[in-house]
Design a binder for this molecule. Structure first.
Ligand code: 4NP
Length: 155
């Protein structure tokens, strides 16, 4: 079993998108039973809320559905998930600061598998326009496919 946690700041835009897109990639690959997926935020402002309406609209427009409620990442997550994927470098730093050093290797930057020379961060779409939310879905598709390829069959 691969246990993946996608993490951003608010858990209402980027990480629920990355989770929903990855779940669909896994489903299409016929590998649903191999994965446990969730997402969380480093911040607590939106705990209990569904994804931002603009996040849901962009995902729906491109064929993805999400049924998530925002939650804040906790120390227990570093035990439960074997891969914690940070949407940007600030999220990555915040996660490293929370986790015991022994768990640091499981905390990785989501876009570390993106094309060489691409930006390291999934841009935060919260204060921008609709196109930013579409861009998040496109990044989640491209980079999610790389993670799926990287994570081979589990015994
Ligand atoms: P996310 O986007 O981290 O991709 O969920 C944000 C959502 C909310 C806020 C910032 C970013 N906020 O400041 O409330």
């Amino acid at each position: 079993m691969h246990r993946l946690l996608f993490v951003c700041l608010g858990n209402i835009c980027r990480s629920p998108t990355a989770e929903a897109v990855f779940a669909e990639l896994v489903r299409r690959a016929g590998r649903t039973v191999e994965f446990e997926l969730d997402s969380a935020g480093t911040g607590d402002w939106h705990v209990g809320e569904p994804p931002d309406p603009r996040t849901q609209a962009a995902a729906r427009a491109l064929g993805y559905r999400m049924r998530h409620r925002a939650r804040q990442v906790s120390r227990q997550d570093f035990e439960r998930f074997d891969l914690v994927l940070a949407m940007d470098r600030q999220n990555h730093r915040d996660l490293l600061a929370m986790a015991e050093p022994v768990h640091h290797p499981r905390i990785q930057l989501f876009r570390s598998l993106d094309d060489a020379g691409s930006a390291p961060d999934v841009p935060d779409p919260y204060y921008g326009g609709e196109e930013g939310f579409i861009e998040v879905v496109r990044i989640a598709e491209r980079v999610g496919a790389r993670w799926l390829e990287r994570l081979g069959p589990t015994a």
